[in-house]
Each structure stands twice: as structure tokens, then as C-alpha cells.
Write a protein that binds this ligand. Structure first.
Ligand code: URA
Length: 205
């Protein structure tokens, strides 16, 4: 199928990649979505945060993590004295996948095929940013970075080293925390999330 166009190969700047990704038709998710939500943040960021896919809010704003999950992420980072503006934030899948229910647009998990179709964009972002550390938020991000066989609840918080030497770990997705109905369960999920992210603490962040 029509993957990323020529001109979006290795060596392109993030701005060039972002512009090219607007026209991506590598999977069918582009059509009902409002727009491509490319990553954002400093090209020299030490940390790259990898989410799943844009949600309703991100689809409308065109920016990653602007909705409720992003607010929870900001709160967790804030507690640790970390500023998201220093991080590069992106998603494994760059279009919002949803199901219409009347006026509502309900989030649907992306399939492995969507992650696969979108992988060249993530590969280019990783090449450009060359972060020291990648944090996967949730199972879809972990699938995109580590491949199949990663068990989120068993392997979360554990450092791995990628083939190029980048260090990485996965934690839960902030939207999953928000879905916990029981207040005690939600609190415990949030505490665990902050504990995992505490591994990012560095003197100059
Ligand atoms: N959830 C994600 O995984 N990414 C976003 O950008 C927003 C919500």
C-alpha cells in the first residue's frame, strides 16, 4: 500500500516529517479522522514519551496529549518536578480510531496493522530525536517499541536496552488509570504510574 512517500526517508527534519505525515494514507484511519497528530517537542529531547494514538481532543487540536489523559500525565510529571515541554511526545498511531455513537466518538484500540503502518513515522522520529530514554505509555506503545511478547503488567517499569543503545521502559497508560471506577484502584494505579515515571528524574530535567 501507499506508505510514507519518498522524501520522508531517513535524514528528514521533524518539521518535514510532520508536513509529510499530514498526507499519510498508509492505513484507512486517516479518512474519518480530522487530522494527523504528529509528535511534538524539542528535537534534542532527552526523553521521548510514546503514547497509543490521539484521542478525541487530540484529533481536534492536532497535538498529542491535550485531553484528559494528557492532563493526568502533566499532573504526574509535575509531581516529579518534570516538565513535559522538555520531552518529545508522540504516539504509536497518528490518527484517532473511533466508532460513532450518535454525536459521540468512542475511542477504539488500534490494531497491530495500524501500528505497523505507522511504524515508519515513529522510526523517523526516533532517528531525529535520538532520545536517551523512551517511555511507552500502555500496551500498544510497548508493542510498537518492543514487539510482541511484552507483558505490560509483568514488565512495566523495567529498563530495557534497544538495539541502538536507547534505554526504555513501559508503564500504564494514563487513560487506563482514568478508567478505573473504584477510587482506591484508581489511586493505586496512579501511584504506580508516578513510581514508574520517577525513574526519569534527572538533575537537569
Ligand atoms: N492518549 C494517547 O495515547 N495519546 C494521546 O496523544 C492522547 C491520549
Amino acid at each position: 500500500g501507499p506508505g510514507p512517500d519518498p522524501g520522508t526517508g531517513p535524514g528528514q527534519s521533524l518539521d518535514t516529517l510532520r508536513a509529510a505525515a499530514r498526507a499519510c494514507r498508509a492505513c484507512p484511519l486517516w479518512e474519518p479522522a480530522t487530522q494527523t497528530v504528529f509528535g511534538e517537542g524539542p528535537a534534542d529531547a532527552r526523553v521521548l514519551l510514546l503514547g497509543e494514538q490521539p484521542g478525541d481532543s487530540e484529533d481536534l487540536t492536532g497535538r498529542p496529549f491535550t485531553g484528559p489523559a494528557g492532563q493526568l500525565l502533566d499532573r504526574a510529571l509535575g509531581e516529579l518536578g518534570l516538565d513535559r515541554a522538555r520531552f518529545y511526545l508522540t504516539n504509536a498511531v497518528k490518527h484517532f480510531r473511533f466508532e460513532r455513537r450518535g454525536k459521540q466518538r468512542l475511542h477504539r484500540n488500534p490494531e497491530a496493522a495500524h501500528v505497523q503502518a505507522c511504524r515508519p513515522w515513529l522510526a523517523r522520529e526516533l532517528e531525529q530525536v535520538r532520545p536517551e530514554v523512551v517511555v511507552c505509555l500502555g500496551a500498544t506503545a510497548a508493542l510498537a517499541l518492543f514487539g510482541r511478547g511484552f507483558r505490560l503488567m509483568e514488565d512495566r517499569g523495567q529498563w530495557r536496552t534497544l538495539r541502538d543503545g536507547t534505554r526504555a521502559f513501559a508503564t500504564v497508560h494514563p487513560a487506563w488509570i482514568l478508567r478505573q471506577r473504584d477510587p482506591a484502584a484508581r489511586e493505586a494505579a496512579y501511584t504506580g504510574f508516578v513510581a514508574d515515571l520517577a525513574q526519569l528524574a534527572a538533575p537537569d530535567d
